[in-house]
Design a protein around this ligand. Sequence first.
Ligand code: SAM
Length: 365
Amino acid sequence: MGRVAELADVSVRTLHHYDEIGLVRPSARTVAGYRAYSAGDVERLREVLAYRRLGFGLREVAELVDDPSIDAVAHLRRLRGLLLDRRDRADAMAAAIDRELEARARGLKVTPQEQLEMLGARLYDAIGGAYTATRRTDPRIATQIWDAIGDAQTVLNVGAGTGSYEPADRDVTAVEPSAVMRGQRPPGSAPCLAAAAESLPFEDQSFDVAMAVSTVHHWRDPIEGLREMRRVARRVVVLTFDTDEPGWQDRFWLTRDYLPEFATVLAGFPSLAAMTDTIGARAEPVLIPWDCSDGLFEAYWRRPEAYLEDHVRRAMSVWTRVGPQAEQRAVRSLSADLDSGRWTERNTTLTDLESADLGLRLLTT
Ligand SMILES: C[S@@+](CC[C@H](N)C(=O)[O-])C[C@H]1O[C@@H](n2cnc3c(N)ncnc32)[C@H](O)[C@@H]1O
């Protein structure tokens, strides 16, 4: 017991306690007749200690390790997801601190709400509350996604958010790491697990289709997430963004003329070719209708005044990522150009268009 305690960096007292409450019982015997940990006991102890270090209570840990439907690999996947989740939270918290330091250095007031949001720690835990104001299923984009899903019966929605684009007439399982987003799923929507794309807690080939909409650019490791989707499903449908086309930053007037920082937000994002290769997909353009009802970043390409609205921007993660300085500069500059007529002069061709190709692509296998 002493050796196991030393290796696992816990006290012998803790091991005794786990033994007493039946959480981890040394089931083997040494030659001298003392009780000892078998390989299976060590595996269980490792799971118990890992969940404990992640902050789970003893009772919760007991439920987790006693669940017969979860094997050692599933535990490892779950633990890995929880750890990455913790790291994402730390990253988001550091980013929030940077933003606040920047705001304070510039003499800007930081509201009590903003101060508290920093503790929310993850991007979508920080901004997710604003999501439902403008983000919803656009029927035309939905038709394209649902056509791609075809006759699949079991559907996994990865990075599911509040459930936009989930087909209502299929057996859907959702995966979403942000508690705020999970909490905003409408009553009666598909069951939703707390997990990340990079480590999906499912067996190989568990679903007919895995779908992911407007989420891949948020993943810590998009290629790993796509591989995971391919592993757990027979087909994959992904709505993402093309940065391969030369001059892609100039496709949309907002990034071209007001927010060049958008390119840095997508700096580490894989090429469309790398993503299609990973899952063996073909890519087709997804046009954005001029009156798109899902308030995604590009949605208001023919309604530029919308970007002056705070509640519209708050439901688009790009603005949080570029930081308050770039955001305020872009908004001021757009507002001035709308007032002076300069925006209209520069974008005369847009007014006649019903829909626009701004780089959204549907990858389908
Ligand atoms: C723009 S929202 C899209 C939500 C939904 N798919 C939709 O179309 O409305 C992006 C979502 O990706 C989630 N997300 C962030 N990192 C993720 C990861 N590593 N794995 C899965 N989802 C992630 C966020 O929490 C957020 O809910």
